[in-house]
Design a protein around this ligand. Structure first.
Ligand SMILES: [Ca+2]
Ligand SMILES: [Ca+2]
Ligand SMILES: [Ca+2]
Length: 269
């Protein structure tokens, strides 16, 4: 019995989640606005590029600063996917830089302060360092993080996001960081089953048909009772002798008529 309950619990659990995945290698040639929010300060610039030798395919995304020298800029793209209730949330991404100076990511802070790193937010306001990108990685390098949802104090909600950050004061190939082959896999919480739509109320022809049916049955039953007991002289009918079987049969017909009438009233309620 214990084993049966265990299997039942596991089956219930498995049926309430499903494997899901968000991935983007930027092969559409654009930043898909349905998938990403872009963030820049000062001269920050975010582009999908076919230059700079992407890790996979033809394109990757490049975050840099459009004006050499002068102001430094923060850039970021972060996910729009609704990760509500997600578990076993794992990230894989490839990244490389030109000679972007290393600007360390704080352990946590506002989006303006996250510098060169990959970060997450649980509430959409405060960002937390997930992977602090190293000082120099001139060739494409894979970065991974697992069970990211464990870092949040509560179950994930729609405010959760993963962001890819860069900070510096010039463009490629002096500064800037490329990202490619972003892959986020997780177990998604399935939406609860929707309740079946209520049956439409009776109307029109169906209302007339269903309404008349019980009345006809009752009238038919009453006529049989009257004919059997008193006859119908106006129609030239001769009173018949009351028969016990007839009485039972007529009673059943009347009861059926009344039941149909009751069902009809309930259907209208
Ligand atoms: Ca690519
Ligand atoms: Ca930097
Ligand atoms: Ca600049």
């Amino acid at each position: 019995m214990k084993n049966f309950l265990l299997v039942l619990i596991i089956v219930c659990f498995l049926s309430s989640v499903s494997a899901a995945n968000f991935s983007d290698g930027f092969e559409s040639g654009i930043i898909n606005v349905a998938d990403w929010t872009e963030y820049t300060t000062n001269e920050g610039r975010i582009r999908v590029l076919d230059t700079g030798s992407p890790h996979e395919g033809i394109y990757h995304v490049g975050l840099d600063d459009s004006v050499g020298g002068g102001n430094s800029s923060q850039t970021a793209i972060y996910t729009k996917t609704n990760f509500t209730g997600a578990t076993d949330l794992n990230l894989g991404v490839w990244a490389k830089e030109a000679s972007d100076e290393d600007d360390d990511c704080p352990a946590s802070g506002a989006i303006t302060t996250m510098r060169d790193c990959i970060a997450y937010t649980c509430d959409g306001i405060t960002w937390f360092r997930l992977i602090d990108l190293p000082g120099l990685f001139g060739s494409y390098t894979e970065f991974k993080s697992q069970n990211i949802e464990d870092n949040c104090p509560t179950d994930l909600n729609s405010s959760f996001a993963i962001g890819f950050f860069q900070y510096d004061n010039a463009g490629f190939d002096i500064d800037g960081i490329y990202f490619d082959a972003i892959d986020i896999n997780y177990n998604a919480e399935e939406a609860p089953a929707t309740a079946p739509a209520p049956a439409p109320p009776l109307s029109g022809l169906s209302l007339i048909v269903v309404g008349i049916l019980p009345i006809l049955v009752i009238v038919f039953g009453l006529r049989r009772v009257l004919n059997n007991n008193m006859g119908s002289p106006e129609f030239g009918m001769i009173p018949q002798k009351t028969d016990f079987k007839d009485t039972i049969r007529n009673a059943i017909i009347l009861i059926i008529g009344l039941l149909v009438m009751v069902l009809f009233i309930f259907a209208l309620a």
